[in-house]
Unconditional design. Structure first.
Length: 234
């Protein structure tokens, strides 16, 4: 396993926005139960999900925290789904308490409509504590990855990330929109390896040529985007 393969696995996971969450069924003891769920990641690249207390998978989780989350490369991949890259995160799920406000707010930036869910059903934020990660990147590229190799720390605190996002969305929205090919565009998150935008409510991942380490690196990388005349999405 190389640094490049670790980055490819993490890049795929950060690129997508939903996967199949498999829990251990209460109604069918011993059998796996799969359910599609949106996700984003926290500042350690751990998956965050927002699920209803009345959902079958939530009841399963509260009885047995062992799960897997499988993510498959999206529409940009091969027409043969088995030829697409995929990542399976084997994990234990933990509810996030009052100390998880930053993760909760980050989730809502990626899925703004989720803010309304609590008005109809009780929802809660859960974190997947990774045990191991399986990456299939193509023929001959099949690996187990340890959590410490897969996870990476966001160089920005929640407050710093929020300020960067507000600055881009409020002061540089035209440049961001142009860079992303036009249409409604908002930055949702930024980390060492790239940033995410919601383009007409669809998440799009844009990566940096070189990982950034601090606010100054971010400023330079985003300033270059503001000056760019062509979009990587067109």
């Amino acid at each position: 396993m190389t640094i490049q393969e670790n980055r490819a696995a993490r890049g795929l996971f950060l690129q997508e926005s939903f996967g199949v969450l498999s829990t251990i069924s209460l109604d069918m003891p011993g059998y796996p139960f799969g359910s599609v769920t949106p996700y984003c990641v926290d500042n350690q690249c751990r998956p965050i999900i927002y699920i209803s207390h009345i959902a079958q998978h939530t009841r399963n989780i509260l009885a047995d925290s062992r799960v897997s989350l499988t993510v498959v490369e999206g529409s940009g991949g091969s027409n043969d789904v088995q030829a697409r890259s995929r990542v399976t995160c084997v994990a234990n799920v933990r509810p996030i308490g009052d100390d998880g406000a930053d993760a909760r707010e980050r989730y809502f930036r990626y899925f703004p409509s989720a803010r309304q869910y609590d008005q109809t059903h009780a929802f809660a934020v859960f974190r997947l504590e990774l045990v191991r990660v399986r990456f299939i990147g193509g023929f001959g590229r099949i690996y187990w990855i340890e959590p410490g190799e897969f996870m990476t720390t966001n160089p920005f605190s929640a407050a710093q990330e929020s300020r960067i996002i507000q600055n881009m969305n409020n002061d540089h929205s035209n440049a961001l929109r142009q860079y992303c090919g036009g249409g409604p565009t908002e930055m949702a998150g930024i980390d060492a390896e790239g940033f995410d935008v919601l383009k007409s409510s669809r998440k799009v991942r844009l990566t940096f040529d070189t990982p950034i380490r601090n606010i100054e690196d971010a400023r330079q990388a985003l300033a270059a985007i503001a000056k760019c005349k062509t979009s990587p999405l067109t």
